[in-house]
Each structure stands twice: as C-alpha cells, then as structure tokens.
Design a protein around this ligand. Sequence first.
Ligand code: ZN
Length: 129
Amino acid sequence: MITLTLTTRSRTEFVDITAQVRREITAAGIKEGICTVFVPHTTAGVTINEHADPSVVDDLLMQLKKLAPAEGSYRHAEGNSDAHIKASLMGASQAVIIENGAPVLGTWQGIFFCEFDGPRTRKVWLQIK
Ligand code: ZN
C-alpha cells in the first residue's frame, strides 16, 4: 500500500491527484491491473470528473453546498455534518484500470481528492495490483 499525503488549503476544495497517482503506478511497475484509490477520512472523499475546465469543480462544490449547507438542523454535535454528507455523496474509493503501465482515464477525466472539512493534512491510500 502506498500513502499519499496532501495538505488542503480551504474548508472545501478539490485537489487534482491524477499526476501523483500516475507517478505511483509508473513507480510500481505494474503494466496491467487496477489501482484502488481510497480515502481514509469521514469528511473527505474521492471522485473522478472533468479536470480540463475548472468550472466543473466549481459547479460541483456549489451544488454540494446546496444539498448539504454548512448551517442546518443536524444532530451530529461536532458541527461538520455537511462535510460527512458530502463525503458520502462522493464516496471513499475509486478503481482505475491500468493498461501499458498507465491509468486508463477518459479524455477529460481526472482523479480528485475532495476536501469538505479543511484545511487539514490528509491521506490517500493506493493499492496497485
Ligand atoms: Zn464530525
């Protein structure tokens, strides 16, 4: 297992980790397989979406904020229920196919770490097999 460490800068933020994942796949020397990208946090997630136009991420964050506003009648007393909800909407893992030693992604796709309760130091675990 490989651990990536990220430092986020805002409460909510998407961090494009495609290049780091690609580097780790190259370093692992696996030609055909799967890279599992797993986020071991309850207020962060991982998703695959467009990384060519940054407006797509802006729109995703805007709509997630509407679905789970920071202020709401939540029961969880820690004050970050919106972050837990957004984390579950994005999910904790993604699987990426590896072919010819590289991740196979659609033309416009990138892998994003999704911060919902930053800024913090975060981890992403990769298993490349
Ligand atoms: Zn909490």
